[in-house]
Design a protein around this ligand. Structure first.
Ligand code: UDP
Ligand code: MG
Length: 319
């Protein structure tokens, strides 16, 4: 029916949140990489509710270059959701996800494709070095990835971000996963297939501020732990057992003092206060951990769509 069916081989997905300063440079570098590829490519820009001129720039890019299309999410849904939207719309046989700020060099793509041609379905980029990022970010990231590796049920490779290449088959599985809390690196590892790494040095941001605030990073970290591990739940059981053990010892001591050392200087008030605070905090921590899991059940049960789209460009014409 449709004569102009556009079927690219390579889909590049870029989530964009307030990146007006980097977009044109990103386009320049990505399009020169696309030119060098042996097949047709498409660039899908996903506007994650930017408050600057990003969407405006995308419209322009799409008009000038038929390989570019864009999705405008109706508000800021977060990086992982923006990538998910892009994956839902990608049409290529190979899908590559990269950041808009050029911290993920597009020039690495040919090397990733080489691995794909060797038969790997997932090729993730692994950072050997982070240039010009704060020591705080580097250390917290370092500790987090090691912690996640120990706790998670699946083997999520350390120091990898969302910069990766995925075969169509992998993306199809990913698109079928209904969960709302999408820690894509984790889901990607969970899916399996043949996976391999390509090492690279992470460049500093091309321009603009980091869009992942401390709060967003922390919430991503908690998300990934809760989505991929039940160890925190078990932790509260252990905590309970520990405090039960301690209270047993305490009961024994208190009885002993009461019966045999009536003049003991250790009298009621301090002991009671400490016991109350200690038990109170153990209980609150346990409830908090439980709450993390229950909150996620609540999110899943509501079954809302993952995102809403308010504008779309460059998909219909080519379909
Ligand atoms: N981003 C997004 N939505 C957000 C935050 C970030 O789409 O709510 C995009 C951002 O535009 C960039 C990528 O996610 O393309 C990574 O963001 P950033 O560079 O700030 O994070 P970091 O380099 O610390 O991972
Ligand atoms: Mg960045």
């Amino acid at each position: 029916m449709d004569t102009q069916k556009f079927s690219p081989i390579y889909s590049l997905i870029v989530p964009v949140y307030n990146e007006e300063e980097t977009l044109l440079e990103l386009y320049r570098r990505v399009s020169s990489v696309m030119d060098s590829l042996d097949g047709a490519g498409e660039l899908i820009l996903v506007n994650d509710g930017s408050r600057d001129n990003s969407l405006y720039l995308m419209r322009g890019l799409q008009q000038d270059d038929p390989r570019v299309s864009y999705l405008g999410l109706a508000r800021n849904f977060g990086h992982q959701t923006a990538v998910t939207a892009g994956l839902n719309f990608a049409r290529g046989e190979v899908i590559i996800v990269l950041d808009a700020d050029l911290q993920d060099p597009p020039e690495l793509i040919p090397r990733m494709l080489e691995k794909w041609r060797q038969g790997y379905e997932v090729v993730y980029a692994q950072r050997t070095k982070r240039k010009k990022e704060s020591w705080f970010k580097r250390y917290t990231a370092y500790i987090f990835y090691r912690l996640l590796k120990r706790l998670a049920d699946v083997d999520i490779p350390a120091d990898t971000g969302d910069f990766c290449l995925m075969d169509r088959r992998v993306v199809n599985v990913l698109n079928q996963m209904p969960e709302r809390n999408r820690y894509i690196r984790g889901l990607r590892a969970w899916i399996g297939f043949r996976q391999t790494a390509v090492k690279f040095e992470r460049d500093p941001r091309f321009a603009g501020e980091v869009k992942y605030t401390f709060r967003k990073s922390l919430s991503l970290a908690i998300n990934s732990l809760v989505s991929f591990s039940r160890v925190p739940l078990r932790l509260s059981t252990y905590l309970g057992l520990l405090s039960a053990g301690l209270s047993f010892i305490m009961a024994f001591l208190v009885l002993y003092w009461r019966l045999y050392q009536p003049k003991s200087p250790i009298t009621g008030f301090a002991t009671i206060m400490i016991a109350i605070f200690f038990l109170g905090s153990v209980q609150l921590i346990s409830i908090g951990i439980l709450g993390e899991y229950i909150g996620r059940i609540y999110e899943e049960v509501k079954g809302r769509p993952l995102y809403t789209i308010s504008e779309i460009g460059g998909f219909d014409e080519k379909r």
